[in-house]
Design a protein around this ligand. Sequence first.
Ligand SMILES: Cc1cc2nc3c(=O)[nH]c(=O)nc-3n(C[C@H](O)[C@H](O)[C@H](O)COP(=O)(O)OP(=O)(O)OC[C@H]3O[C@@H](n4cnc5c(N)ncnc54)[C@H](O)[C@@H]3O)c2cc1C
Length: 584
Amino acid sequence: MTAAIDFETDVLIVGSGPTGATAALALATCGVRVHLASKWNWLASTPRAHITNTRAVEVLRDLGVEAEARKHATPWEWMGETLWTTSFAGPEIARLRTWGTGEERVGDYLQQSPCPMLDIPQTFMEPVLVHEAALRGASIAMNTEYLSHEQDADGVTVALRDRLSGREYAVRAKYLVGADGARSKIVEDIGLELEGHVARAGTHYTLFKADLSRYVAHRPSILYWIVTPDASFGEIGQGLLRAIRPWNQWIAGWGFDKDAGEPQYTEEELVRRIRILIGDDSVPIEIESRMVWYVNQQYATTYSKGRVFCGGDAVHRHPPSSGLGSNTCIQDAFNLAWKLAYVVKGWAGPALLASYSLERAPVGRQVVLRANQSRLDYAPLNRAFRDLDAPNPVEAGLAKLADPGPDGVARRAALAEALQLKNTEFNALGTETNQRCVSGAVIPDADGGDEVWARDPGLHAQATTRPGAKLPHVWLVGSDGRRISTLDVVGRGLFTLVTGLAGRAWVDAAQALGEPGLRTVVIGATGALDAYYAWHRVREIDEAGALLVRPDGVVAWRHAGALGDAAAAQALLSRALARVLDRG
Ligand SMILES: Cc1cc2nc3c(=O)[nH]c(=O)nc-3n(C[C@H](O)[C@H](O)[C@H](O)COP(=O)(O)OP(=O)(O)OC[C@H]3O[C@@H](n4cnc5c(N)ncnc54)[C@H](O)[C@@H]3O)c2cc1C
């Protein structure tokens, strides 16, 4: 590397997508010097990821941008009337209440998080994150391309190119974060092993403007599946109308045969196809842009090498089914940022950073497999919608669905079952929230044993204070009488020791330790009143016990019972912190 070093920073992030932007915001919030470099002139120019699940919104809440994101988002209650229809104007076939908005599931979703889901296209999400990161001190360099890096024992020297002037220069950082997306050069440069394959199917998306309120405002949803022979290619085998801005900006999507090459539609052909999905030739349509994307099924088995850490699509590449894309990116970044901050500040030893890959790589693998399975799970629906032996399979299949005879009865039973299966994509609260961290940054219970799942862990969230799980949400009452979440009294870049009114020994112990990155919270005391006695029901430890909660809301360690004196508590707490934070 020949270029002179222009400046130094603590963390250099490459990429301003959901991963890089969240990492920059979280690091800047922690007061770490962070520089974000991104190749293009500005942030996402197409809507791409949009479904933001409760856990990702909790991250936004912790980072103080939940309210701003909500301003730009389609609200939860409008997200969920997912339906299958012959066209917007044509006869409907079936509906599923999705994203927890149906009566059967709404309580589950509300119970496990203070943050309802939201739907925010990437074009709106990225500016929220980057704006706030910059306000909190991150420096942002657009039109700046990562070229290469070299790492040594003390840091990483990164070669960048200013794409406006062509000037090449170097930045010296303590750590490099590769958030450079699915074609990551950084993953390639550090030689991370990837499993799976890319581009196993192709999808064509068209972004367009059209006021479709009259077809959807009374049955609001962000996803409408169109069962028509004109958009029936591939695994999903259905056309898609996805609401971007309700109800006048949309994406129309359908699969294409990738072996035949990328389709080249004229504007007239696109309008014709979109009108088939809408079922109304009179609606004015303005085509904005078009794109193709490929279905990937690939994940890295480890996420880091030395001082270089990769996250997001760089290390997990999968289709949008199940809506796990940017959600997983945001959570990767949140997991990594506090660890980098603690090490940079000298509050933790460097081995803490090894926990990032150990904790997130299994999640990435699971997400990749789940998203791809969700595509395969359209097959039973398509079997119910079609009669493959007939000259016009869709027409014949839909006729059979309306048949009063035994064939129709069997067909409708098959459709009911096929819809139930889609709950694993569309009401999968467990998949979204039951992640458990296993690494040196978590101390399992001495007598732990394996977690026993009370219900299907893919569908249902399981609240627990077991080390490795996210702190359960319940409502408390704050000092001004308003409800606050248990998640509101932890996080914000610090460890939290959580105890009850009977846990005086822990409070004294924490005070005596004087640990800079640790706060203490007494649930039950003024400011965190357990007025509903809800914490009492979920804490799984005695009132005089204690939980050590990491800055990312994950329980690092717990002590179930009372301790007689502060000295004993201090010894235990100090040992737990030393172990979790790699302080020998
Ligand atoms: C067409 C399409 C539709 C999608 N739809 C959905 C959806 O509906 N739901 C969903 O959850 N997900 C969807 N996704 C996936 C979602 O967009 C990704 O999961 C998410 O954007 C990944 O975020 P990221 O930050 O890891 O990477 P990206 O958002 O890809 O960002 C990569 C960043 O790295 C920068 N970069 C790359 N190389 C360099 C370099 N050499 N130097 C400097 N900067 C560099 C880029 O400028 C960019 O800022 C879709 C993706 C596509 C392409």
